[in-house]
Design a protein around this ligand. Sequence first.
Ligand code: SF4
Length: 314
Amino acid sequence: MSLSDYVTTFGQHMQKQHGKRIHKIAINAGFTCPNRDGSKGIGGCTFCNNASFNPAEKKTLSISSQICAGEKVISKRTGAKTYLAYFQAYTNTYAEVDELARQYEQALAHKNICGLSIGTRPDCVPDEVLDLLSHYKQQGHDVWLELGLQSAHDDSLKAVNRGHGFAEYANAIKAAHQYSLPVCTHLILGMPGENFMHMEESLRRVIELGVEGIKLHPMHIVKGTQLAKQWKQGLYKPLSMGDYINIAATLIEQTPEDIIYHRVTGTAQNELLLAPNWCSKKWIVINGIEDELKRRHSYQGKFSLDNLSRQEMH
Ligand code: SF4
């Protein structure tokens, strides 16, 4: 058994759609972020040190070299031969459209790249960008828009200095859908000041807006961030691994089965990670979520609203 026996995973979805394994190759195209340069905010989100998930030295390599390097590692590990270029670091729609097109098309020109996954902020997806992405989709590429929301609660977003609220996310997902672009929303479990009810409510609100994909991440503390200072002062305590596994399993049960989980946990480089240390052990967490769903005789969608109403009809 594997996680995809209980959860609609991205890998399983791509396998079904294309009849082969397709993985994402993470790219750092050297963009910056409007929440750091003053146009939306200064200092960035309190938890963010982008180097923790995307080494800075990568951006000195061309997009093509990053794809070749990623391909080597992933094909050896998984046997995959086809990939999505995942523009991951910072805000990958934060440039003039011509510049974005130049960067995206460098990736699409690579023979083993079948599409794009573009990570960005909800307040940074103007119509021209959506139009460009939908043009690639019409050409037959797989295209995902990955929106960092983290929480649907404005107070929580304010507490981590996101520089946007839930309204911007709601507008962004509606606009993306007008261009027929699927959206994968990133949610963080363990945001400062949040309890399980907040996380459940965030999930419910993104499902209501018709999200097609979700990524769950544990809040983790990395060096060089405001959150690290708060943690050292005892003002923030991260979730335990047991709590994370329990909450993730419960949210997965509540998610309709046609929504694709691109990720159920996240990881950070050991040199930067301060806490919780279990965040560096991605597979232990993934296996823990699988075991928890198995223990509950449960699976994605078992308690989703649409599934419950179907059960009541019988
Ligand atoms: S998490 Fe994203 S939006 Fe926040 S500062 Fe970092 S790159 Fe910018």
